[in-house]
Design a protein around this ligand. Structure first.
Ligand code: NAD
Length: 290
């Protein structure tokens, strides 16, 4: 039986709708809208597309959107000064600095300048540390979106074997932390892992976040596994994931397509994180059901 498709697009639309409902409650409680500031430096076309769609989604959720578009030759000090102004700005609840930053700017220094309470992307070391020790904090959007899809399909994840391929700070590592927090037995595989197919074969849950088109083959999978494909690769003008969808669909129990799987979740979770940050800053209860 071919694998069930995990429809991230529909799930993300539902999440955005729930966020918009909670935003209305926030506005009636506080008399103001939650605000998300997005900072884009340089003219990377993919980043420009992301920033535009983030701004549109923010407004659709009933939040205020502030865009700061800066030239590629911006100095690091100027960028950090902008982040500090946004930290101090009462109407800004979430700050997102679009990566990658232009050459010569240290991503880490800029992220470190963001107030952790406004760190909508969850990349600040304070938030990474909170996730690692099991404290409440803001969690990176893409892995949190993957976890939502997994819980929606599988319910309780306790005791399941999860293999995450890729150890980036943005996806792989926080994904492993989230699965651990959900009581999975977690393996974090990477470019130096020996016998990757053998490692993947024991997984009930596979999350691929590598950036290599069609790398994970159906023959690597345990029959019935749930496969989350984070990869976004452009091959001959088409988007493909890190998982070979055709062969994996023959073996997996369920799989996210690319596009239409994990991708739409990222922006939906960004809106959720902004509302969570806004609620904490306003001293009101965290939004429920998100
Ligand atoms: P990255 O380049 O920072 O990390 C890639 C990881 O893959 C590294 O940890 C590396 O060790 C591992 N790796 C490389 N080659 C490998 C191999 N042969 N075997 C096993 N592991 C290997 O990438 P990233 O930022 O984590 O992104 C990964 C992919 O996810 C990319 O395709 C990116 O476009 C995509 N992505 C999608 C979203 C989304 O919203 N859907 C968000 C972020 C990233």
């Amino acid at each position: 039986m071919p694998a069930e498709r995990i429809d991230g697009k529909t799930f993300a639309a539902g999440l955005r709708q729930r966020v918009a409902e909670r935003v209305r409650e926030f506005v009636s409680e506080t008399g103001r809208k939650p605000g998300l500031a997005v900072v884009l430096a340089g003219d990377d076309p993919a980043s420009q597309v992301y920033v535009r769609s983030k701004g549109k989604a923010t407004l659709e959720a009933g939040m205020a959107s502030f865009e700061h578009i800066l030239p590629a030759n911006i100095m690091q000090e100027e960028l950090i000064a902008l982040v500090e102004r946004l930290n101090a700005d009462e109407v800004v609840d979430g700050i997102l600095v679009q990566l990658p930053l232009p050459d010569g700017i240290d991503d880490k220094a800029v992220i470190a300048a963001i107030d952790p309470a406004k760190d909508a992307d969850g990349f600040h070391v304070i938030n990474a540390g909170r996730l690692a020790v099991g404290e409440e904090g803001l969690v990176p959007c893409t892995p949190l979106g993957c976890l939502m899809l997994l819980k929606d399909r599988l319910g309780d994840l306790s005791g399941l074997e999860a293999v995450v391929i890729g150890r980036s700070n943005i996806v792989g590592k926080p994904m492993a932390q989230l699965l651990l927090r959900a009581n999975c037995t977690v393996t974090l595989a990477h470019s130096r892992t020996r016998d990757l197919p053998g490692v993947v074969r024991r997984a009930d849950i596979v999350v691929a976040a590598v950036g290599r088109p069609n790398m994970v083959e159906g023959s690597w999978l345990k029959p019935g596994a749930t496969v989350i494909d984070v990869g976004i690769n452009r091959v001959e003008g088409r988007l493909v994931g890190d998982v070979d969808f055709a062969s994996a669909s023959e073996v997996a129990g369920a799989i996210t397509p690319v596009p239409g799987g994990v991708g739409p979740m990222t922006i939906a979770v960004l809106l959720r994180n902004t509302l969570v940050a806004a609620s904490a800053r306003a001293g009101i209860a965290p939004p429920e059901g998100l």
